[in-house]
Write a protein that binds this ligand. Structure first.
Ligand code: APR
Length: 309
């Protein structure tokens, strides 16, 4: 393949992302993990599935970064996931250390890559990656909004018994309890859901979306969601690799947009070859803007915790 994507962290999210990338035949894939044998074993296993899945993506597993050299995209999932009772924020000090060491290596070997950050707490990890890489802001992008919007879309489709393909949804803000699902901009075949269901049902779906990650953690008990997070990261990667210019909600570094400064917040952006090609500013009602401000304050709090580590 003429494109190369490295996935750091060959655990649940990373290995699933690698599988989706190669089965969609988007690129060659390098899987890196700190645990010896795991990335090599998973890469080989996926390679042995290739004749059946009918793709010619090459997979490599490694504990070092040489194999990742000159990647177009690096998806970073390294870190520890949540256990029941933990919030994403409880992971901050462990995952900040992991993120910093990983990104320093990544930046050295792939200075022109676009980074897609997946590890939690997402917004804080984006700040760590941005600083540790020294990359321009358009090449450090957090995966949160695509996942949260997919959850909202799945719940809308279940509620109305319609095809998920007909649904669109926007969830903005930080990737935490303060995330901001926007029912006004969430549609079924172009029809706002505010026309299709009563306010109390919308509130219930919004609430389920905001707690979507915790719902899965509560069921799995030994880890957190990974199928949908991997799908979301791969949708972002595909838009960049194919220069599709999809408009997707992603955590990006804001400098004045939506009234926020020097903060990674989830907003709609256009993703193409260069990473973030445009930040799209949509009109928000006073209530929506206030909810976004509350979410931004939560991200700022995490940023402050990072400084004290
Ligand atoms: N370098 C490379 N890999 C690392 C490092 C490191 N310094 N530290 C940990 N890892 C690897 C682990 O060995 C493990 O294989 O990261 C992988 C994480 O995989 P899982 O434990 O299965 O976690 P996963 O469910 O994939 O979640 C990863 O994504 O969604 C977020 O909150 C989640 O922060 C978590 C991350």
């Amino acid at each position: 393949m003429d494109k190369k994507v490295t996935v750091i962290g060959a655990g649940n999210v990373g290995a699933t992302a690698a599988q989706r990338l190669c089965e969609k035949e988007l690129c060659d894939v390098v899987l890196i993990d700190i645990v010896e044998g795991v990335p090599q074993g998973k890469a080989l296993d996926l390679t042995e599935a290739a004749p059946i899945e009918k793709h010619d993506s090459h997979l490599t597993g490694s504990n070092g970064y040489e194999a990742s050299a000159d990647s177009d995209i690096v998806i970073i999932t390294a870190g520890i996931p949540r256990k029941p009772g933990m919030s994403r924020d409880d992971l901050i000090s462990t995952n900040a250390g992991i993120m910093k060491s990983v990104v320093e290596q990544v930046a050295k070997h792939s200075p022109d890559a676009v980074l897609i950050i997946v590890s939690n707490p997402l917004d804080a990890m984006c700040h760590v990656a941005y600083e540790a890489s020294g990359f321009p802001k358009n090449r450090v992008i957090g995966m949160a909004g695509v996942l949260d919007s997919a959850r909202f879309r799945a719940f809308i489709a279940m509620e109305l018994d319609v095809s998920v393909e007909n649904t669109h949804a926007f969830v903005l803000g930080g990737h935490g309890d303060t995330m901001v699902p926007l029912p006004r901009y969430s549609t079924v075949a172009g029809i706002p859901i505010t026309e299709l269901m009563p306010p109390d049902r919308i509130d219930a779906l919004v609430d389920r979306t905001a707690n979507g990650g915790a719902e899965i953690v509560g069921l799995l008990k030994t880890g957190s969601a990974f199928y949908a997070p991997a799908s979301a990261a791969v949708e972002m990667a595909e838009s960049i690799l194919k220069d599709k210019k999809k408009v997707l909600p992603c955590a990006v570094y804001l400098e004045g947009e939506y009234g926020f400064n020097e903060l990674f917040i989830g907003v709609p952006v256009k993703l193409g070859t260069g990473g973030v090609e445009q930040i799209i500013e949509i009109n928000l009602t006073d209530d929506e803007q206030a909810a976004l401000a509350k979410s931004a304050a939560a991200v700022q709090e995490l940023k402050d915790i990072l400084k004290s580590l």
